[in-house]
Design a protein around this ligand. Structure first.
Ligand code: ASN
Length: 331
């Protein structure tokens, strides 16, 4: 018998039609979940008081999820987090880094179409999430969506129309669900030490700045210099290239001098920042930006947020940003 806790935060899956459009309806999803009752699965549902469209997610909700999970951690074998798809990858990243020492499955899922729709993808996503949450050797945060189980810190929403809304462009799936479930256990993480979850500092100011041709670089530099940020990610071109724009480089250097990390990522969906592949990648690195490898923007923001919340000394923080902590980057 597996004991699973379901944390229901909102999202399309539990929505119904209202005069304003689709919106979450209290009580609807817990009622529909009765369909998953069976003798070898005992589950409880915590329905959040304020069910949200996940576009409204903030670090406050991340702490609510963390608090609810941590308070009941010992009483359950696995956890299913029901969440809207729009920001599911951000939440999966936040949980992956915050749940340090996790030794149980935490599986996020949702749907592109509500359960009340006859063609909803929610039923199969929930079934796969429950099955993954019952695997005692899955000790990481994952997303179950459209017959795939993806590493939470690698997943991205890549399609807003089709049912295969998620993938992890730089990492192979953790499982694939067909007539049989194909568990790729050789890809699963081992626990990383003792259980020591980290709450998020809700006041941190982080930004993702995307370089664009023309004034974009100078504007990014200005924000880095004057924006009062605690940390930032910079979405550069290709393999980590950027124009040697003095305003941009000055911004990176100013932020770095204040101890605020600037992580360089690529705007490209697949591939990695590789400093030195092109001469055009060197100025950012020399100004103090840290190469983020093939981190996704969602995981990078989550990693920055959790590490900054832990209040690490600058050197320790920079070293941790350069390492893969929970399988989030290829090293
Ligand atoms: N807007 C919805 C949400 O993220 C989208 C979904 O769940 N499919 O809450």
């Amino acid at each position: 018998m597996s004991r699973v806790l379901v944390l229901y935060t909102g999202g399309t899956i539990g929505m119904d039609h209202t005069p304003e459009g689709l919106a979450p309806v209290l009580g609807l999803l817990p009622r529909l979940l009765q369909r998953f009752e069976r003798p070898d699965l005992a589950f409880d549902v915590v329905e959040f008081e304020q069910l949200i469209d996940s576009s409204a997610i903030t670090p406050r909700q991340w702490n609510q999820i963390l608090d609810a999970l941590v308070a009941r951690y010992d009483a359950y074998d696995g956890f299913v987090v029901i969440h809207g798809t729009d920001t599911m990858a951000y939440t999966a990243g936040a949980l992956a880094f915050a749940l340090r020492g996790l030794s149980k499955p935490v599986v996020l899922t949702g749907a592109q179409l509500p359960l009340v729709h006859p063609r909803s993808d929610g039923w199969s996503n929930l079934a796969d999430a429950f099955e993954a949450a019952c695997q005692p050797d899955l000790m990481e945060v994952a997303i179950a969506f459209d017959r795939l189980l993806l590493r939470g810190s690698r997943a991205r929403k890549l399609d807003a129309e089709r049912f295969d809304g998620f993938n992890s462009p730089n990492a192979a799936p953790l499982a694939e669900f067909a007539i049989s479930a194909h568990w790729h256990r050789e890809r699963w993480l081992r626990p990383d030490g003792e259980w020591r979850p980290q709450r998020l500092n809700e006041n941190l100011k982080l930004a993702a700045l995307m370089l664009t041709p023309g004034h974009g670089s100078a504007l990014a530099g200005q924000i880095l210099r004057d924006g009062g940020l605690d940390g930032a990610i910079l979405l550069s071109y290709g393999s980590g290239n950027a124009p040697a724009d003095p305003a941009l480089l000055e911004g990176v250097a100013a932020m770095t001098a204040r101890g605020g990390p600037v992580l360089t990522l690529t705007q490209v969906v697949k591939g990695a920042v590789a400093v030195g592949a092109y001469a055009a990648s060197q100025p950012l690195a020399r100004a103090g930006a840290l190469p983020g490898g093939d981190l996704t923007p969602e995981a990078a923001l989550a990693k920055l947020h959790v590490l900054l919340s832990a209040g690490l000394p600058v050197d320790t923080l920079r070293a941790a940003l350069g390492r893969s902590l929970r399988g989030e980057m290829t090293t």
